[in-house]
Design a protein around this ligand. Structure first.
Ligand code: 2X7
Ligand code: FE2
Length: 359
């Protein structure tokens, strides 16, 4: 049984924003194999959640625990993300921002050429004990750290090969590229989802802009992965068989509906409104998005007013998780919200029961 603490969350009401619904941008040229023919730059971004349950359910050889599967809809969403990454985006590098490499002072960039070791999930060690061995794009990592420092952010280059890579970085990277044959840059989370404070996403946006500058200056073709769950309250007990899907469902209806509102904005391509909505969603659902990975990602993409492609949504021990792709050159079809719809569930002020454990 694992136990976690819960914070009291509420709603910080802000007036709904409105913006025109985009009809879609011109598609990029696709080559004969379906790959796009763009040159260097950030070619796509993924929201790539990392709960250890997903790797556990995949049973890869790198992970010690064995499972009978589970959480298939999210894993199939990742399957499609992998296909697009390999066939269409063909990046030189995957840059990942993940919330469980927590750095209390500053934004750190992993500049170790070949990180190797065992990554263990501290709350769910029975699900994730993963042997990793991958290559860092040190030139880009160094450039990101330098551009972030130029942008006024406290920044450090991690060069100590003994530092263990956190499970969120490993989770997102494994699920996007289990072959680990694409170099990586990994960024730490200076903005901590567990602090009792309002979300300060401004620095994450500056880090995103710095990442973009570094990618362009080094001439890389990069895919970005922001590794956040959405609503983040989870059960403090799990079933005897962790992958018993009869026990898997949203923590409560309130959390679920806030996630659906966020995804409605994403699918409609209302990115400006999404930007204003994120702090409300964080406040209402203790969202892991508070760590800033999603803000970093969308800022690096320039907050494109295009729909994101929601490849899948599912809960993991009650938390909300979505795999989403933003491809500025080949945007997804827009799914406009119903007329008169505004984000923020109408019961936003209702006090939520903190039920915690399931029976
Ligand atoms: O890191 C996580 C998470 N974000 C959500 C659910 C369960 C475990 O780990
Ligand atoms: Fe997490």
């Amino acid at each position: 049984m694992s136990r976690v603490f819960h914070i009291t969350v509420g709603d910080r009401r802000r007036p709904p924003q409105t913006a025109p619904v985009p009809t879609g941008a011109p598609a990029a040229e696709l080559g004969p194999g379906g790959g796009d023919e763009r040159g260097p730059g950030i070619v796509a971004g993924f929201l790539a959640p990392h709960p250890p349950h997903l790797i556990y359910a995949e049973n890869p050889p790198q992970n010690q625990p064995r499972s009978r599967g589970g959480w298939e809809l999210l894993r199939w969403a990742y399957q499609e993300a992998r296909r697009r990454l390999r066939e269409r985006h063909r990046p030189d590098v995957i840059v990942v921002h993940a919330p469980h490499w927590i750095t209390m002072v500053g934004h750190h960039v992993n500049c170790v050429p070949n990180p190797r070791g065992l990554s263990v999930e501290p709350i769910f060690p029975h699900l994730l004990r993963y042997r990793y061995d991958f290559r860092t794009d040190v030139e880009l990592a160094t450039a990101i750290a330098d551009c972030a420092a130029d942008a006024g952010l406290v920044t450090r280059k991690l060069t100590n090969p003994g530092v263990r890579v956190d499970y969120a970085t490993i989770g997102a990277l494994h699920l996007l590229n289990p072959d680990w044959d694409i170099p990586v840059v990994s960024l730490s989370a200076n903005n901590n989802p567990y602090f009792y404070s309002d979300a300060d996403l401004e620095q994450m946006e500056r880090l995103g802009a710095a990442t973009r500058r570094a990618v362009e200056e080094t001439g890389r073709r990069a895919v970005l992965a922001g590794s956040n769950s959405l609503s983040h309250l989870h059960w403090d007990r799990e079933p005897d068989l962790p992958e018993d899907m009869a026990a898997e469902h949203p923590y409560d209806d309130h959390q679920y509906r806030w996630d659906m509102d966020l995804l409605t904005l994403v699918r409609a391509g209302r990115t400006r409104e999404l930007r204003a909505f994120l702090p409300r969603h964080i406040e209402a659902t203790a969202a892991e998005v508070k760590a800033g990975s999603l803000s970093w990602l969308l800022s690096a993409l320039g907050w494109p007013e295009i729909p994101g492609d929601v490849l899948g949504y599912g809960t993991i021990i009650g938390t909300g998780n979505a795999v989403i792709e933003w491809d500025p050159a080949n945007p997804a079809r827009a799914h406009p919200a119903p007329p008169g719809w505004a984000p923020g569930p109408d019961d936003a002020d209702r006090p939520r029961p903190m039920t915690g454990a399931r029976s």
